[in-house]
Design a protein around this ligand. Structure first.
Ligand code: AMP
Length: 364
């Protein structure tokens, strides 16, 4: 089977590496000739908007998926006319617009932070009246890793952010004083079979995921079931196939939906060593209608992102239970260039080793 992947970053690269044991072949499409998945599979280079290129990309493939959620919905729709494309383009459409996304989950009865669309100053005023201060003003489209948003604590700050962010196509959200951020990775196959990984605790720095702890420490069974129930509604409403990542704010035993990613997700990288079946292989199994693999954790894992630096590989690999993943990308400030998963048998052992690893992931 030959799988086409829209996007050729590290997620695509890890998908291919997980697919080779199943005898799959991969072709990537990415606007950049440097896309790192090109090191492990065939890479076509060009814009997602080019229909001739899309048709050439699709030729000889059995199915198509994506590893980048900002693929234009039109490109996915065009390809859906040629081949099976999973997850469905509707999932892309929802994920690309924070307003559509929040409304979609609200419509499913999933709690969200209070929100209000902002397309002019009167909306901003009305929104602030509704959601209160502090609040976050976000662009509806194109924001990622904390970009395209501003925390506002006063009317003056809100007005300033409103202008900086372009004055329309915005979303005002109530600031949630959360206990922590957690994510759930869900997977649904073409057969309708579903599986869920344990909740993961995520810590961000400067809007970028820095550390994931899996399973999330002290997450109750009730919380896990709540998250799974919310994910199940989304999977079914979208007729979803593949891995779906949902991010939540945890407040006490409540979960407020923040955002979704219709693809394999950074907060699931720990599954490569820390779960019976990785998110990457389960995504592929789902697409192919194969039985899903067990999502059971193997011990306790921490995943540390390598952001804009190359650590001393020797030092990292000396740490018991550490697994290094280097994506083969040029190192640039703020860029995710690799990750390390630390897998241990007990939470105590994990806690003991983690500080050393965090230190190594910060040194140049
Ligand atoms: P986002 O790109 O929407 O996931 O936002 C990036 C980060 O900003 C999140 O991971 C949170 O740490 C923070 N954030 C976003 N929205 C809110 C909110 N409504 N309340 C509190 N923190 C938020």
């Amino acid at each position: 089977m030959r799988i086409g992947v829209l996007g050729g970053g590290q997620l695509g690269r890890m998908l291919a590496l997980a697919g080779y044991p199943l005898g799959l072949a991969f072709r990537f499409l990415d606007p950049s000739p440097e896309a790192c998945a090109g090191q492990v599979g065939e890479l076509l280079v060009g814009p997602f908007q080019d229909e001739d290129l899309l048709a050439r990309f699709a030729r000889g493939l059995d199915l198509i998926t994506y590893e980048f959620e900002n693929v234009p919905v039109e490109a996915a729709r065009f390809l859906e006319g040629l081949l099976p494309v999973h997850p469905p383009s509707r999932a892309l459409e929802v994920a690309q617009d924070r307003l559509l996304e929040k409304r979609f989950f609200q419509g499913l009865g999933v709690p969200t932070p209070p929100f209000h669309p902002v397309d002019g100053l009167p909306d901003l005023e009305e929104g602030l009246g509704r959601v209160g201060l502090p609040a976050l003003l976000k662009t509806r489209r194109g924001g990622y890793d904390g970009k395209g948003q501003a925390l506002v604590r006063s009317w003056a700050e809100a007005e300033g952010a409103f202008r900086t962010l372009g004055g329309k196509g915005l979303l005002l959200e109530g600031y949630v004083p959360f206990d922590r951020e957690v994510s759930l990775l869900a997977v649904r196959g073409t057969t309708g079979e579903v599986a869920f990984y344990p909740l993961v605790e995520n810590r961000h720095q400067g809007g970028i995921l820095r550390l994931s702890l899996a399973p999330a420490p002290q997450a109750s069974q009730t919380l896990q079931e709540k998250a799974e129930g919310y994910a199940r509604r989304a999977l079914e409403a979208l007729g979803y196939v593949g891995v779906l990542a949902l991010e939540f704010f945890q407040v006490g035993e409540e979960l407020l939906f923040n955002e979704m990613a219709p693809r394999v997700h950074n907060s699931g990288h720990w599954t490569l060593e820390g779960a019976e079946t990785s998110q990457f292989q389960n995504h592929l199994r789902a697409l192919l209608g194969l039985p899903l693999g067990s999502t059971a954790p193997r011990g306790h894992s921490a995943m540390v992102n390598l952001i804009g630096l190359r650590p001393d590989f020797r030092e990292v690999l000396k740490v018991p239970g550490a697994h290094l993943h280097w994506y083969g990308k040029a190192v640039r400030p703020g860029r995710k260039v690799g990750h390390i998963t630390l897998r241990r048998d007990s939470p105590e052992a994990l806690e003991e080793t983690l500080p050393l690893l965090l230190q190594l992931a910060e040194e140049t």
